[in-house]
Design a protein around this ligand. Structure first.
Ligand SMILES: Cc1cc2nc3c(=O)[nH]c(=O)nc-3n(C[C@H](O)[C@H](O)[C@H](O)COP(=O)(O)O)c2cc1C
Length: 159
């Protein structure tokens, strides 16, 4: 088993909780994908057509990430977590993915949502990997997923 890490973006805390539990259960470090410009509550109010989240979505905008994942090259497996936004991964996730060389890496996507499935998220995100890396899983969790379930899922990927 190679080295693995849990990288995640969470705007409202649900994915963060799942990511931290997953990391704890699997004995892994976490890296939080934080936007260079933090999201306010108004920024993520998707009901407002003029909100930042809608502008980013419509404009297919990159969302700069504050920090660099140091030692990225040393990881074989990256668990990559995020909330489902507009039936897919938030733009910040594609920005994050495009920053690194995924050659030889295994990627396990996980997400939380308000009810949507993970659906075509993998298919939509996959061009950002530039033909490199391989997505080995894509799993939707509820905010109340148990630690045992997370442990089992992580072990299935890491074994
Ligand atoms: C901009 C935006 C778009 C969203 N789009 C969807 C969606 O398409 N389907 C869905 O089920 N939930 C959607 N949600 C709800 C989130 O996926 C859900 O609340 C998630 O658990 C939040 O995770 P977080 O607390 O880690 O940010 C959206 C939320 C936001 C802020």
């Amino acid at each position: 088993m190679g080295k693995a890490i849990v990288a995640y973006f969470s705007a409202e805390g649900t994915t963060a909780k799942v990511a931290k539990n997953l990391a704890r259960q699997a004995g892994l470090e976490t890296f939080e994908i934080v936007p260079a410009e933090p999201y306010s509550a108004a920024d993520i109010n998707w009901k407002n057509p003029l909100a930042r989240c809608n502008k980013e979505k419509i404009g297919k905008k990159d969302v700069p990430v504050r920090d660099t994942l140091e030692g990225f090259d040393g990881y074989d497996t990256v668990f990559l977590g995020f909330p489902i936004w507009y039936y897919g991964a938030p733009n910040i996730i594609s920005t994050f993915v495009k920053q690194y060389d995924w050659t030889g890496k295994r990627v396990a996507l996980f997400a939380t949502s308000g009810g949507s499935d993970i659906g075509k998220t993998e298919e939509k995100l996959s061009p950002s990997f530039n033909g490199k890396g391989s997505i080995v899983a894509a799993k939707l969790f509820t905010g109340s997923v148990t630690k045992d379930d997370l442990k089992q899922w992580a072990e299935g990927i890491l074994e």
